[in-house]
Ligand binder design. Structure first.
Ligand SMILES: Cc1cc2nc3c(=O)[nH]c(=O)nc-3n(C[C@H](O)[C@H](O)[C@H](O)COP(=O)(O)O)c2cc1C
Length: 320
């Protein structure tokens, strides 16, 4: 069977039905026939670069840029076609200027994107030189995406979570991160995999920041890697020993900060994540932030109020 080359794929499929158009693009990039519209193309061997090329070709033809995460979560021709329809409807409601489409995709992991100017270019302004070209030597380590197989000691995890401790009721002292009104509306949950942390049963725990305790909410719960985007993030989670989930509790902050509550929770979650990232190397732990994972299928295990949301997560394990 012959496949149109990539550059000709857009034209070759222009007159076809949406599903056929997507199929032509996918097959031109992969160079193989895809048996069915529901066939997982990652299962056929598609890698991240090929997914990005598919996204780029779809954008060239339709003017619509699909999110890498959406494609990665459901990598089938049928899902791609559905995503195009959804993007078309979304654009009809809130049009994005054609030239801005790639820049507007800031949520896609940087590894899958063309260069986007988050950092400004100098347009002729006077410059005051402060530092050399490299970040300071005491900057925290890089994100870790492959972890050691040996179990972590509970003490290592305790040392990591210590950085999120709050002083006990009535005690002096302060947290290591700022919190609007010292309300601390962001909660921390730990998921430990079976046998991954010595002395810690597999399951989902709430970390009590004042008592320095882990409360076992869901013993023996298995949080499956299918909750993570399959191409980039599932392999990271697969080798991890644990995951941390930072969850907002709007009820704790809305009475004081109203509509700013969610932004303030996000800022606080960012500060907490950065503290963990800074502390992790001295605990012998590597961490990787994971912005998106499928929280809804598992949220019942967290026993939350309806308005609580998972804002951010990190996966971690022993450094190799
Ligand atoms: C909000 C947020 C979401 C992120 N999501 C992911 C993710 O889904 N997968 C991943 O591998 N890294 C993720 N990262 C980590 C970044 O990719 C990483 O920090 C960046 O590439 C810089 O690399 P470094 O941390 O090694 O310096 C995320 C980081 C942030 C702040």
């Amino acid at each position: 069977m012959a496949f149109p080359n990539e550059s000709g794929a857009a034209q070759a499929v222009a007159a076809a039905q949406p599903m056929d158009r997507v199929r032509a693009i996918v097959e031109s990039v992969l160079g193989v026939a895809v048996p069915g519209d529901e066939t997982n193309i990652i299962g056929l061997g598609a890698n991240s670069m090929e997914l990005v090329r598919i996204i780029n070709l779809i954008e060239d033809e339709t003017g619509l840029r699909l999110r890498f995460e959406d494609v990665g979560f459901e990598p089938t021709i049928a899902a791609l076609a559905r995503n195009i329809e959804a993007a078309r409807e979304h654009e009809a409601e809130a049009p994005v200027p054609r030239g801005d489409a790639r820049e507007a995709e800031a949520a896609v992991p940087a590894r899958s994107l063309p260069a986007v100017a988050g950092i400004r270019r100098n347009e002729g302004w006077p410059v005051v030189k402060l530092a050399g070209p490299t970040p300071p030597a005491d900057a925290p380590g890089a994100s870790v995406r492959a972890f050691g197989r040996e179990p972590l000691a509970l003490a290592q995890l305790a040392q990591l979570l210590e950085t999120l401790r709050l002083p006990g009721e009535g005690q002096a002292g302060h947290a290591a991160y700022a919190s609007a009104g010292a309300l601390h509306p962001v909660q921390t949950y730990l998921y430990a995999k079976t046998g991954a942390v010595e002395g810690l049963q597999c399951g989902l725990y709430y970390h009590h920041p004042r008592s320095g305790e882990l409360w076992l909410l869901a013993p023996d719960l298995v949080l499956d890697e299918s909750l993570y985007e399959p191409l980039l993030n599932a392999p990271v989670y697969r080798s991890a020993a644990f995951a941390l989930y930072l969850v907002s509790r709007p009820g704790a902050i809305e009475p004081s900060y109203g509509q700013r509550a969610r932004d303030y929770c996000l800022l606080e979650a960012g500060a907490m994540a950065q503290l963990l990232r800074t502390r992790a190397p001295s605990c012998g732990i590597g961490l990787c932030a994971i912005g998106e994972f499928a929280f809804e299928p598992v949220r019942d295990w967290f026993e939350l109020d309806d308005d609580q949301a998972c804002l951010h997560s990190l996966v971690g394990g022993a450094v190799t």
